[in-house]
Design a protein around this ligand. Structure first.
Ligand SMILES: [Zn+2]
Length: 241
């Protein structure tokens, strides 16, 4: 039984190395994904900003059209004014011309305000544009780094894989499947040492989860009769030394 535990220790070591390397590779890929998400968020922000700009622009266009209509009307009124026959008619036309002027002046103010706002919005749009450009660069760099790291690690991953297969072949298949299951659950950490917190007391603890290990389990392990699993975390237990 101690031979099996020795083989499991070797398997544990190489499994941890492999897990660490794989999670390093995965971290770099995650970084790429987070850059992609940021990029998408900026693109959405840009589209929304563009939509607002289009709406504002169309509002300003509409106002300009109204001004033009007013101006045409004023021209007509002036012609009528020149041809007016009575004082009453003259006064009425003059009032209408003046009212039109006042209306137009209000519209011009609104147009100016709209144009100013458009200018601000376009500046904001430009800021988002540059954010996208920066993010594009960052994404490309992250991509490059992730690919390079994966490529550089490939030989090591393969070597560790071979080493792991060899270590696994020294473990009985029923124990191996237990190991694999537990390793999966605990990031490759499938073994846990049994510790005795108080030297004078017959109390034992799993070092993986700090829960109790029974005296019976301890005795079985000490005698090397069978492997034992922690009742709480399921890790394969071993004794020191
Ligand atoms: Zn445990």
């Amino acid at each position: 039984m101690s031979a099996t535990l020795d083989a499991l220790q070797v398997l544990q070591q190489v499994t941890l190395k492999l897990t660490a390397l794989r999670s390093k590779i995965e971290r770099k890929k995650r970084s790429v994904r987070s850059h992609e998400q940021r990029q998408a968020a900026h693109e959405a922000e840009l589209a929304a900003k563009h939509e607002v700009i289009m709406q504002r622009q169309s509002a300003v266009d509409q106002l300009e059209l109204e001004v033009k209509t007013h101006e045409d009307r004023t021209t007509q009124l002036r012609e009528a004014l020149n041809k007016s026959k009575t004082n009453k008619e003259y006064a009425a036309l003059l009032t209408e011309i003046n009212t039109g002027k006042a209306d137009n002046s209000k519209l011009e103010d609104q147009i100016l305000e709209g144009m100013n706002r458009l200018e601000e919005l376009r500046a904001e749009e430009q800021v988002i544009h540059s954010k996208i450009e920066d993010e594009k660069q960052a994404l490309a760099n992250a991509h490059k780094a992730a690919d390079a790291f994966e490529q550089d690690s490939q030989a090591e991953v393969e070597a560790l894989g071979r080493e792991r297969a060899e270590a696994a072949s020294a473990v009985p298949s029923s124990t191996l499947s237990i190991f694999e299951r537990v390793a999966e659950r605990h990031d490759g950490e499938a073994l846990a040492q049994v510790v005795q917190p108080h030297p004078k007391r017959q109390e034992f603890m799993c070092d993986g989860c700090n829960m109790g290990v029974t005296l019976e389990q301890f005795v079985i392990l000490q005698a090397g009769i069978d492997i034992q699993l922690c009742n709480s975390c399921g890790r394969v237990l071993f004794l020191d030394g």
